[in-house]
Design a protein around this ligand. Sequence first.
Ligand SMILES: Cc1cc2nc3c(=O)[nH]c(=O)nc-3n(C[C@H](O)[C@H](O)[C@H](O)COP(=O)(O)O)c2cc1C
Length: 218
Amino acid sequence: MSLEEVRNYINHIRREMMGKPLSRADLDENPLEQFAKWMEEAVNAQILDPYAMCLSTVNAAGHPSSRIVYWRDVESDGFVFYTNYNSRKGIEIAANPYVSLNFHWSELDRQIRIEGPIKKVSTETSDKYWASRPRESRIGAWASAQSSIVSSPDQLQKSVEKLHEQFGEGDIPRPAHWGGYVVEPERIEFWQGRPSRLHDRFVYIKSGDDWAMEQLSP
Ligand SMILES: Cc1cc2nc3c(=O)[nH]c(=O)nc-3n(C[C@H](O)[C@H](O)[C@H](O)COP(=O)(O)O)c2cc1C
């Protein structure tokens, strides 16, 4: 399709969302328990990568950027993912440790929006997860200076080969620049797509140790 054809296509396509109504009575008092319920339904619906989430960061100049990362764990009621601390996202998080996450499951017409402060997980937590990663992924984490400019097409492959020689069959330690972050939610919104764009939205807002819930207009 040309760009003009794509434009025509997206201008005219309309998909009615058919999700079941979501009401206050359906929702758990605790948004993390509610999240677990929806994740179970996403897994049962056989959604591909339901734990892939869009992470948005904002740099020191106030400019946002987004990318997908895999949600890997729950720690201190927060969402854990792993990455390179020196990457673009790592630099932006160091400048502004407040982020948003977004899960979108189109097969269920559902979206979950999460916002809150972010911090590195403990080195013990990162070590534990590192140890569970396949050897090739561990080499990959050493080989790639994530987000840096690639100077030649074979740079990555050469680096991988060198690292295989260096580590041989021995242990591959976790690089200090690779590890986890935990996002501790202060706001979590559950969005259920409904016919005629009359979607159901409920937001939980943290107040002290408790959560207050409000319904939002679609
Ligand atoms: C489905 C999917 C899962 C991904 N999971 C991760 C992840 O868990 N950690 C990560 O660092 N990058 C992951 N990526 C790559 C990121 O989207 C991104 O390209 C990379 O982290 C560099 O982002 P940055 O330059 O903004 O730091 C994933 C990409 C996709 C499409």
